[in-house]
Design a protein around this ligand. Structure first.
Ligand code: AMP
Ligand code: FE
Ligand code: FE
Ligand code: ZN
Length: 283
């Protein structure tokens, strides 16, 4: 048995464990392989690598905020990118742009909340993100501190960050993202592609086109997919010759899912590693 979890967040984005704590927690949870996939950043890579327990293999990656412009309004989606060269200028430049946009957008959300008398500040929210990629969970943290909601999930209700105080991000076009990751020697996997609980999902036809453009895999086993959705994703992947992954999408205490709750088969993992050439797996 090999424990493989290819989608985990740290404090480099909206997780609550530092990269070092994350890899140690992964080892404690029985994982042999884990990927660090913070939103729009490689900022946790070095600390995770430095803290990597003996015997643990570390896949360095990121989760890219993307958008498909084939629907009106465009549909946001997440692409997991693995083992890409972080110094490749096009992709690195896009990551900087995405993080800067996250900051501006979070500030706008805070301004909206403050206009309605909500007692939180950008300084507080920015402090929670601690130099990492800022996201709505950090604003949720401020709302919890202010006693307005009890949990992150409550903060994502339509009366709060889900709609009333929602501001969109200017994400990366999904085809540009697939191309940029390939150019950087990496591999892309479409994260939770059928998770209707998160909002609108893209049609199968887009996934067909993305596969042609170089998409490598689909994340099937994820807590936001129902058993039927997992089966749909597996069937589509089989039809298109894409690898299938399963992962926890661990975020520490910002979510309830545990490390290793969903896992990837060793064969799929090996295919990802074989297809990537940007940076090696560590360990
Ligand atoms: P953002 O990237 O700033 O748009 O915020 C989205 C992030 O918030 C996702 O990556 C999740 O980690 C988290 N998230 C989204 N929806 C929820 C929810 N309903 N409950 C808890 N966390 C959520
Ligand atoms: Fe997240
Ligand atoms: Fe995601
Ligand atoms: Zn994620």
């Amino acid at each position: 048995m090999t424990g493989i979890d290819l989608h985990c967040h740290s404090t480099a984005s909206d997780g609550t464990l530092t990269p070092g704590e994350l890899v140690r927690a992964g080892a404690a949870a029985g994982l042999d392989v884990m990927a660090i996939t913070d939103h729009d950043t490689t900022g946790g890579w070095d600390a995770a690598a430095a803290a990597r327990p003996t015997g643990m293999r570390l896949v360095r990656g990121a989760e890219l905020s993307c958008r498909w412009h084939g629907a009106e309004p465009a549909i946001p989606l997440h692409l997991l990118a693995y083992l890409f060269d972080p110094s490749e200028p096009v992709l690195a430049g896009e990551l900087v742009r995405l993080r800067e946009d996250r900051e501006q957008r979070a500030e706008k959300i805070v301004t909206k909340l403050r206009a309605d008398g909500v007692p939180i500040t950008w300084e507080e929210v920015s402090g929670y993100s601690a130099g990492g990629s800022v996201g709505r969970p950090h604003i949720a943290q401020a709302l919890i501190r202010a006693g307005l909601v009890r949990t992150t999930t409550e903060a994502f209700a339509s009366t709060w960050l889900g709609a009333r105080y929602f501001v969109p991000k200017s994400d990366l076009d999904v085809f540009d993202a697939v191309r940029a990751v390939r150019e950087a020697g990496g591999v892309t996997v479409f994260a939770h592609p059928r998770a209707t609980v998160r909002g609108r999902v893209v049609p199968d036809e887009l996934i067909v086109d993305l596969a042609e453009a170089g998409l490598f895999g689909l994340e099937a086993d994820h807590e936001d997919h129902t058993p039927a959705q997992r089966a749909q994703v597996r069937a589509l992947a089989e039809r298109l010759g894409l690898v299938v992954t399963g992962s926890s999408d661990f975020h520490g205490t910002h979510k309830t899912v545990r490390l290793g709750a969903f896992q990837t088969d060793p064969e799929a993992y090996e295919k990802i590693v074989s297809a990537a050439a940007g940076v090696p797996v560590l360990g």
